[in-house]
Ligand binder design. Structure first.
Ligand code: HEC
Length: 186
């Protein structure tokens, strides 16, 4: 357990030694994922309590994108969510994200705690240099209502209408549901 956590940590340190400016980007990325996570959680639990899970689905369906866009604009970066098992194809991972999602799964298999799984890297493409960051999202009990193995019939129906290709079910508590992802131009 210790060893795998250390591995992740060394990866982080190893990358950071190569560039000087990354502390700032790392702080901003962590801030963006923290904001997105807490805004979504707050909205979700408010609307679950007020109107139940069927209505709450609209928070995820309609509002999640807007909430992420607001935080992205405010902080001057792109923050979002992705997963190996997607509900909304708009959240699909690119190659780098896909690799990291698999890396997180491996780390979890070796005993790492999901809440400690984060990674960053500076990448290059034809548009220049990017700071990229990801943080794993654990599955907790409340998530099972819409992402679990047995989902109530009316919820299933709504999910099926909104997302005919939904893959984001069958999760258990303690699984990695997905990850927050940040992309920042350097
Ligand atoms: C009320 C139903 C509902 C609950 C409860 C819920 N989700 Fe979702 N979740 C959705 C819907 C709907 C989407 C698709 C959002 C979209 O269209 O962008 C989604 C998308 C996601 C995504 C984005 C990746 C993808 O598959 O498109 C992640 C990550 C996620 N949920 C994690 C969670 C976690 C973690 C919890 C528990 C804290 C949770 N969800 C609870 C309905 C729910």
């Amino acid at each position: 357990m210790k060893a795998s956590f250390l591995l992740g940590f060394i990866f982080l340190l190893g990358v950071s030694a190569c560039s000087q400016n990354v502390e700032k980007q790392l702080t901003e990325s962590r801030e963006a994922t923290k904001q997105l996570g807490s805004h979504l959680k707050q909205k979700l639990s408010q609307s679950m309590q007020a109107n139940g899970p069927i209505e709450a689905m609209d928070v995820c369906n309609i509002e999640a994108e807007g909430i992420a866009a607001n935080i992205s604009n405010n902080l001057g970066l792109e923050v979002g969510r992705t997963s190996l098992k997607l509900r909304n194809v708009k959240n699909a991972s690119d190659d780098w994200e896909n690799e990291i999602l698999h890396y997180f799964e491996q780390q979890k298999q070796s005993g790492a705690e999901i809440k400690n799984l984060e990674i960053y890297e500076v990448t290059k493409d034809q548009d220049g240099k990017w700071f990229r960051y990801m943080k794993a999202i654990p599955t907790s009990e409340v998530c099972l209502i819409c992402h679990g193995e047995t989902i109530a019939q009316p919820i299933q129906e709504k999910l099926h209408t909104l997302y005919p290709d939904d893959q984001a079910t069958g999760f258990n508590i303690g699984d990695i549901r997905g990850a927050f992802t940040v992309k920042l131009k350097m």
